[in-house]
Design a protein around this ligand. Structure first.
Ligand code: FNR
Length: 468
């Protein structure tokens, strides 16, 4: 049975029975800790829906040095309680029942739905390797969420790059790139009050000088590391990243002795790319999102004797012999998913992403063939209703787990709403979404018209009664 945990003290550096990392504020300065975490690190990027425990542990098993959680909005964390999951030996941030409306609570009770787990952490495996990425637009909310999780993670990152409407309209993500005082307020509030490193992930601003100024201000406010995605907020993700601009910005920052680790992100699809971009820019670390989704074995490191010449020839390019087959990676991923009791819809989504290169910049897709000798198709994955079924399709034993961990019988609740049409018929799904958004907009406008009309009526009645 999962048990709620005792409050955590800060005077030990051990992983304790309840799984907490328990950072000590005396072991080293926070900046030294950030330097140790990020220096030379090859990092799994934050990816909504993808960077949950199974993909993170898979990446770590291949040699990834540091993993980010998917972005989780501050309020999503503050509406959870922290549970030690004895069966999985994980720490689960599980939604509290009273965070749902009465109607949803009734439906959940009727269907016997489990409470969704917002974030699951493996305290042993992810010790010294996990950054929680937060979506936030307000320093007080950011601090509440960060305070709840800081003893279970090694750093808190603020997403300042997401251009999606959901983020920007809430003052989060790339909205912060246009609001330096607010971005700095969030960082300095976290820095003053937490005992773990605080970082942020940004995109390029409209020109290099403004990007450098923005990063410099964030560092002054207390950021212990900054990741820079080489695109601007409005850029298409399938257009090539602006690597020349990224190079210039990072070179400028490094030559200004910025004093904190700078992390490169964007289109680093091969080990050669990672090494060459680091050499060129002087950056401290690299971060991979889609390249790791396409083939997570990209994190497998070359033998030590090759490390020196790695960037100079093609041995570690798209045809690198270090890469495992995509089938093997999916099979390994399923074993990690079994280990952490991943929700079938979430696991299906990630496998579908692994099976396509639809998100890859179009110029690179010819280098990224998709071969599954077992004949598995996206359609096969989309019709799966259970982990058992998925495992069968990929010829993985249904009981295969990474360790001897017993998988709980209750699958973690379904937090995200996935739709198989996302892969099978994206155009129809997009249209349906647009239509429903328009209907919501129209009905809001109608309600507003009704309200305006009744206000006018009220005013007329009031005027009439005044005249009378
Ligand atoms: C992302 N990205 C992203 N960024 C972020 O800061 N927080 C997030 O939660 C997400 N979610 C997300 C989901 C998926 C499926 C993708 C593909 C991307 C952006 C990502 O971290 C990265 O900045 C970009 O994808 C560019 O890097 P790559 O893909 O070229 O390595």
């Amino acid at each position: 049975m999962a048990t709620p945990l005792d409050p955590v003290s800060n005077n030990s550096n051990e992983t304790t029975l309840n799984g907490s990392h328990r950072h000590s504020s005396t072991d080293s300065t926070i900046q030294e800790r950030a330097n140790a975490l990020f220096q030379d690190a090859e990092i799994l990027a934050p990816m909504v829906r993808a960077s949950s425990t199974p993909l993170r542990s898979l990446a770590l098993s291949y040699g990834c040095d540091l993993v980010y959680s998917e972005e989780i909005v501050d309020r999503a964390i503050t509406s959870t309680e922290r549970i030690y999951n004895e069966k999985l030996k994980t720490i689960d941030y599980r939604k509290k029942m009273d965070s749902f409306s009465a109607k949803v609570q009734r439906r959940m009770a009727k269907n016997n739905d489990p409470l969704p787990t917002v974030m699951r952490i493996d305290p042993e495996l992810e010790r010294n390797k996990l950054i929680y990425q937060m979506g936030t637009g307000e320093s007080n909310l950011a601090l509440s969420a960060a305070t709840m999780v800081q003893n279970d993670v090694d750093g808190i990152d603020v997403n300042m790059g997401c251009p999606k409407k959901f983020s920007v309209s809430g003052g989060m993500g790339s909205a912060l790139l246009e609001d330096l005082p607010r971005a700095c307020d969030i960082i300095s509030t976290l820095r003053r009050n937490l005992n773990v490193p605080v970082s942020c992930k940004i995109r390029l601003l409209k020109d290099d000088a403004s990007t450098v100024d923005f990063v410099t201000a964030l560092v002054k406010a207390g950021a212990n590391a900054v990741a820079i995605h080489g695109r601007e907020p409005g850029d298409e993700s399938q257009a090539a990243a602006k690597l020349d601009r990224l190079t210039n910005v990072v070179q400028l920052l490094k030559s200004s002795s910025i004093g904190v680790p700078i992390i490169l992100n964007g289109d680093l699809y091969t080990r050669n790319d990672m090494v060459n971009m680091r050499r060129k820019t002087g950056a401290d670390a690299v971060m991979l999102a889609r390249p790791a989704l396409f083939n997570a074995s990209i994190f497998i490191k070359p033998p030590a004797e090759d490390a020196e010449c790695e960037g100079e020839e093609t041995r570690y390019g798209f045809d690198s012999k270090l890469l495992l087959s995509k089938t093997k990676v999916v099979q390994d991923y399923l074993i990690h998913a079994n280990t952490y009791d991943g929700h079938v819809k979430n696991i299906k989504y990630v496998i579908c992403e692994m099976m396509t290169n639809r998100r890859t910049p179009t110029g690179l897709t010819p280098f990224m063939p998709i071969k599954f000798p077992g004949g598995q198709t996206i359609n096969d994955i989309c019709i799966c209703k259970s982990m058992d079924h998925l495992c069968k399709i990929w010829d993985v034993s249904q009981s295969a787990t990474v360790s001897t961990t017993t998988v709980s019988e209750n699958n973690a609740g379904d937090l995200h709403r996935y739709d198989d049409r996302y892969f099978l018929d994206p155009e129809a799904l997009r249209k349906e979404k647009e239509t429903s958004e328009n209907i919501t907009k129209e009905s809001k406008e109608e309600k507003k018209d009704d309200a305006d009309a009744s206000k006018v009526d009220d005013e007329r009645v009031a005027k009439k009664s005044r005249i009378e």
